[in-house]
Structures are given as C-alpha cells and as structure tokens.
Design a protein around this ligand. Structure first.
Ligand code: FPP
Length: 248
C-alpha cells in the first residue's frame, strides 16, 4: 500500500465512506486501439492490464468487492477472431495470474452461463475458483457469458421448479427468493457502477442488482482508466445523497 493510496488521500477521498462493492462496464477497448492504429485485440490486452490495476487498487483501499463485465451473452456476435482472442486471453490470464491472486488474497468467482465456453477455459475457471475460495482480501467477480435477462429467466425457472416439486410455496416468493437464485447470491448489490467510454447504457448488466446503485459514467476509454480516474469516480460517489427511495 503505497503512493496509490496517498493519491486518494490527496484528492480528498473519505476512506471511511468508500463503496463496499464496485461494478465496472469496461467499455472502449476497441476505440482505444483504433485511435492508435492498433488491432482491437490490443485494446483488450491493455484493458486486462487496467483491470488488474483496478483490482489491486480496490484491495489497497479496502473496497471489498469488484465485479467486472468481461463478456456478455451478446458479445458472441462479434467477429470470430475477436471472440476467440477474448476466450484465449481470459484463459491465459487466469493461468498466468493465479499465483499472484493467491498471494494477494483474491477470491475469484465467475457469473454467467459457463457451459458454452471452451472446455479448457471452463477448467481454468473452476480451478481458479477452487484455489482462491478461502481468500478474504478482495472478492473479484468476473462476468463471462453473462446476460442479466438470461440470469433472471434461469432464476424464475429454478423457482418454478421448486414450487412444482412442492419445496416452495408460491406465496412465499419475495425479493430475497429472487436474489438468492441469481449468480450474485453471495456478493450483494453494487454500491457504485462505473462505465467507461461515455455510453449511457446498462447493456444487460446486473439489471436486478443495480436497482439502487449509484452510476458514474466517464468519457475515458477503459484502457486509459487509472487510479486517478478511479479516485474521481469515488469522489463523485461520496457526493451522492443515497436515499434508497426514502425522504430524509
Ligand atoms: C468492451 O470494449 C470490452 C470487452 C468486450 C472485453 C473486456 C475484457 C477485458 C478487459 C479482459 C478482462 C480479462 C479478464 C480475465 C476478466 P469494446 O470492445 O466494446 O470497445 P469499443 O466499444 O470501443 O469497440
């Protein structure tokens, strides 16, 4: 914990009022690469580096959970070469970074439907989850083949089956029942959502979980998002009056 934390203090961040859970839509990798005359995949490579820096920064600050949108159910319609690159990037990173994640007390989890992913990637995902499951330093959720509507359909179907089998009464279904059947059942709702590259959309990300989340959109492209940018997002979060629908 070093200069990075000092940066925060100097930009007047109240370390006692940090979000506990931050979610990120890492947008703009392709544009970042295009601006530099590079192939789109270079943007993703650089974006992965940014994500690693953000995870470390969250841990240093004491932000408990970081949830990152790495690949959506809609991203399959990208050019095959880009999809294949992303799959092998995820797999390579998990293999390369596992030791460091263990040392840094990262607990990694995946949200989304992993069944259509390459077998070797699925294996790496299961392996890294298993190896880091007892870590408590920082909780890192990675959304891969994630779509919020699909997640809700799956939850409804699982709940309906329980009702059909007589394990649950239809009258007993409440918000908690739904939340417990989502991929995120263990991690709770984000306090802050950051979206880079200026797009004002949720893009099928955590639609249920973001109900009362503060949203911060920056024009900065994801590969350029650094600790200083993160500080600005945290500052903005700390200026918000979170009422959760109540009157103060
Ligand atoms: C969106 O930018 C970015 C993605 C679809 C991929 C994000 C993935 C990473 C940053 C790698 C993360 C690695 C792990 C292991 C989690 P875009 O391509 O839509 O950018 P554009 O809008 O400028 O085209």
């Amino acid at each position: 914990m070093t200069a990075q934390l000092l940066t925060s203090i100097s930009t007047e961040i109240d370390l006692a009022k940090l979000p506990q859970h931050v979610a990120v839509i890492m947008d703009g990798n392709g544009r970042w690469a295009k601006q530099r005359g590079l192939p789109r995949i270079e943007g993703h490579r650089r974006g992965a580096k940014t994500l690693k820096e953000m995870l470390r920064y969250c841990k240093d600050l004491g932000i408990k959970t970081l949830t990152a949108y790495a690949f959506s159910t809609e991203n399959w319609s990208r050019p095959t070469g880009e999809v294949n690159f992303l799959m092998s990037l995820f797999e390579g990173l998990l293999r390369k970074e596992l030791k460091e994640m263990e040392e840094e007390e990262v607990c990694i989890n995946f949200i989304g439907d992993i069944s259509p992913l390459p077998q070797s990637l699925q294996q790496e995902m299961r392996h890294s989850t298993e190896r880091t499951k007892d870590n408590q330093g920082v909780f890192f959720n990675v959304a891969i083949n994630y779509g919020s509507r699909n997640e809700m359909v799956k939850a409804c179907s699982a709940i309906a089956q329980k009702v059909q089998r007589g394990e649950l009464s239809a009258d007993a279904i409440d918000e908690n029942t739904i939340a417990q059947h989502l991929y995120t059942s263990a991690s709770g709702d984000p306090d802050l959502l950051i979206r880079t590259s200026g797009e004002m959309r949720l893009s099928n990300f955590l639609l249920w979980q973001l109900a009362y989340t503060e949203i911060y959109v920056t024009d900065t492209l994801w590969p350029d998002f650094d600790t200083r940018q993160f500080d600005l997002a945290l500052q903005s979060f700390q200026q918000r009056d979170r009422r959760f629908g109540r009157v103060k």
